[in-house]
Design a protein around this ligand. Structure first.
Ligand SMILES: Nc1ncnc2c1ncn2[C@@H]1O[C@H](COP(=O)(O)OP(=O)(O)O)[C@@H](O)[C@H]1O
Ligand SMILES: [Mg+2]
Length: 344
């Protein structure tokens, strides 16, 4: 691990700055025929201005549903059943779709894993990004077009004037993801959520895209929530990290702390399975056992069935997210303390 980088990232994260996004005790459940699935179960995430916040965890742990809840994109049978989402001091948890449409893409935007499904195949990419601008800003089509060409240049699309007229299928995966980043950044949002934005790309392109996102956000003061299952990616660019498992935050810490002092057995497992730089696999983790079915969670800690350090009580009692140090919380009885961060 690059220690200098980690140290730099750690120093960049200061506490007590005014938050751009404050997710408090969010609960989003799915009401299925088989029962209630607690996909997001009391998640609190704080995003200060200009920072990169990572959410990591294995597939199915609730990362995307947290993001979809924030974006107001959760669909039936999913529903926000508790908590609040505060964007720049404004409560947006249950605002009307019309209000939300004004915010989405403008103050907060999202990039998805597979850009092909987010881009419309029948329109040139330039027009699609132009429409995204015109939706939020009262400027002429000509001006909007110039803005698109500028942002295409900024995200490293070669020959932006010509590419403006390209269709999505004429671009490589990496270029399409650059278009999506451009589209997400063009209105200079306060927060951009990137849900596994580079998982479908090869490692060299992945590194380029991540660096580009970081650079743009630094220039524009945009905060990023970066969702990933790759701890290597977290180490490279995040300031602060939330580790999720079965709908809950299991550990939260500054990146440096997480890598130096990781405390939760689940985090330890994730860190052991960091892929080598030149390795690209879909199955990264080798923690024994499988993610539990959210319909049949263990009675105690949700990780107890896979935890090598589990004690008797872990099977019957649920641990809180205990505060173990400054900006550091761990949901494990080994770190039990009087102060816990749940519900805050
Ligand atoms: N349409 C759905 N119906 C029922 N459950 C769902 C649905 N979508 C997601 N879930 C539940 O939400 C959990 C979290 O999903 P998700 O947030 O997409 O995981 P991640 O992004 O971490 O891989 C899944 O494990 C699943 O149990
Ligand atoms: Mg996901």
């Amino acid at each position: 691990m690059n220690e200098q980088l980690l140290q730099a990232n750690s120093n960049a994260h200061e506490a007590n700055t005014e938050l751009v996004l404050d997710i408090r005790n969010l609960k989003s459940h799915f009401f299925t025929a088989k029962g209630v699935v607690p996909a997001v179960d009391g998640v609190s995430i704080q995003v200060p201005p200009g920072k990169i916040i990572g959410i990591v965890g294995e597939s199915g742990c609730g990362k995307s549903m947290t993001a979809m809840s924030v974006m107001g994109l959760l669909r039936y049978p999913g529903k926000i059943v508790g908590g609040s989402i505060i964007l720049s001091g404004k409560e947006i948890t249950h605002i009307r779709p019309k209000e939300l449409a004004k915010i989405r893409g403008n103050e907060i935007s999202m990039i998805f894993q597979e850009p092909m499904t987010s881009l419309n195949p029948v329109y040139p990419i330039g027009h699609q990004v132009r429409e995204a601008i015109l939706l939020h800003q009262k400027i002429s089509k000509e001006e909007a077009k110039n803005r698109v060409i500028d942002i295409f240049r900024a995200v490293g699309i070669p020959e932006p004037q010509k590419r403006y007229y390209s269709f999505p299928h004429q671009l490589s995966g990496g270029l399409r993801q650059r278009v999506m980043i451009g589209m997400a950044m063009v209105c200079r949002p306060k927060v951009m959520i990137a849900d596994e934005p580079t998982t479908a790309l090869d490692v060299t392109i992945e590194a380029q895209i991540l660096r580009l996102m970081k650079k743009l956000c630094e220039e524009q003061g945009t905060s990023i929530i970066l969702i990933t299952h790759n701890m290597g990616v977290v180490a490279e660019i995040c300031d602060y990290v939330y580790v999720m498992y079965a709908g809950k935050v299991m550990e939260q810490a500054e990146t440096f702390t997480l890598f130096e002092k990781n405390s939760h057995p689940y985090t330890q497992g994730l860190l052991k399975s960091i892929p080598k730089l030149d390795e690209k696999t879909d199955r990264l983790y080798t923690i024994d056992g499988v993610v539990p079915n959210l319909l049949h969670l263990p009675e105690g800690c949700s990780f107890c069935t896979r935890c090598s350090q589990a004690q008797k009580r872990c099977f019957s009692e649920k641990p809180y997210l205990y505060e173990t140090g400054q900006n550091h919380g761990v949901r494990c009885f080994q770190y039990e303390s009087g102060v816990h961060l749940d519900g805050k």
